[in-house]
Design a protein around this ligand. Sequence first.
Ligand SMILES: NC(=O)c1ccc[n+]([C@@H]2O[C@H](COP(=O)([O-])OP(=O)(O)OC[C@H]3O[C@@H](n4cnc5c(N)ncnc54)[C@H](OP(=O)(O)O)[C@@H]3O)[C@@H](O)[C@H]2O)c1
Length: 252
Amino acid sequence: MSHPFDLSGKVAAVTGANTGIGQAIALALAAAGADVACIGRSDPVETVAQIGALGRRAAAIVADLSSIAPVVPIVAETVARLGRLDILVNNAGTIRRSAAVDFTEDDWDAVVDTNLKTAFFLSQAAARHMIAAGHGGRLINVASMLSFQGGIRVASYTASKSGLAGLTKALANEWAPHGLTVNAIAPGYIATNNTAALRADPERDRAILDRIPAKRWGEPGDIGGAAVFLASDAATYVQGHVLAVDGGWLAR
Ligand SMILES: NC(=O)c1ccc[n+]([C@@H]2O[C@H](COP(=O)([O-])OP(=O)(O)OC[C@H]3O[C@@H](n4cnc5c(N)ncnc54)[C@H](OP(=O)(O)O)[C@@H]3O)[C@@H](O)[C@H]2O)c1
């Protein structure tokens, strides 16, 4: 009997795989046995090399996800280069910080387009392929604490991540009958480029750390296990769930 977390023979595509949480997820999926299409706006050369060192195949796909133009080509290129597509991780995301009264249309569109609109249309392209192939599949969205809470000075980010949590449930309802699961991971406060501004502000840094029962910022590697779980046979009956990986933040 194979191990329930074994991903051997599976192919994953991970967006934003060049750095941070996406890179850690790509490496965790590869360590569990998957081959990985690493999608990056910057060339994910380092991630591809590390996956190769794990003995898995990796394909770099450079794409700007601020528009939906690349979504169908991403699925086609993954299948052409790695043979199939079983797991999609919508991780790429961006944030703009500004008081709500000063928020511009550009601050709104840049965040909602990448974090929510492209995540939906890439999921649609992947699901169309998985349903036609008939082998089922796993869709994993990277949500946020701001899928549950309001945040401060990040109106478009909160709207996008709360929308992504709702979308996760909506797609789970529609695609479960096709053997697809759709779930999300909601990271807590993780030390990446995305949170550099918060960590650089001593007051915000202290306030955040005071609330985290684990008493530390998360590391990108803290998120990998949840992705492997949701991608694996161990999670076959997990549907429409938003799994917090937050050192206890939401428990406070
Ligand atoms: N760090 C946290 O505390 C935290 C908490 C909850 C959720 N998240 C979410 O986790 C995900 C990963 O973020 P991170 O923390 O790892 O931050 P990060 O290091 O800034 O990574 C963000 C990733 O998204 C990519 N990306 C952004 N805009 C893109 C675009 N238009 N086209 C293609 N790729 C684009 C970035 O590419 P470039 O490197 O080329 O910019 C990068 O690979 C995001 O969805 C974020 O919202 C993070």
